[in-house]
Design a protein around this ligand. Sequence first.
Ligand code: DCP
Length: 140
Amino acid sequence: MTSAENDVTLSELKKKMADFAKERDWDQFHSPRNLLLALVGEVGELSEIFQWKGEVPRGLPDWEDKEKQHLGEELSDVLLYLVRLSDICGVDLGKAALRKLEINAIKYPVNLCKGSSKKHDQIVNNNSSSIKDDVSHDSV
Ligand SMILES: Nc1ccn([C@H]2C[C@H](O)[C@@H](COP(=O)(O)OP(=O)(O)OP(=O)(O)O)O2)c(=O)n1
């Protein structure tokens, strides 16, 4: 794999999806609702790969190359439709994701959450109120 393949950016994917649609005169089909439904469909196809397998170890050591390649294709479909949906909705996905990570870090402070998978509204802070009371969506 070349370093260019490793360093793929959301902007690059956004541009490639826009070009792909334009070349085919598919902008007319890439409406927010259609893209959302396409995205959900691809999440379904991704789920099918894991369906009935039970829990599988990280790294999928027992999977055949063909199966892993298929997994990569379905993950990519989800990512590509997500990138396209964000673009069509005028949302800067990279920026939004970084902001959301900051919100998550406030909602789940390391000192209160380490080793626990509790939801933020189940975590009690020192003042015995839940973290949910302290963090609002526009706090970052
Ligand atoms: N109107 C469309 C149709 C397809 N695609 C692109 C985005 C996805 O990456 C991929 C989806 O193609 P398919 O609908 O053929 O789905 P699959 O690749 O999953 O094939 P299949 O459903 O046969 O498994 O093609 C797109 O951008 N816009």
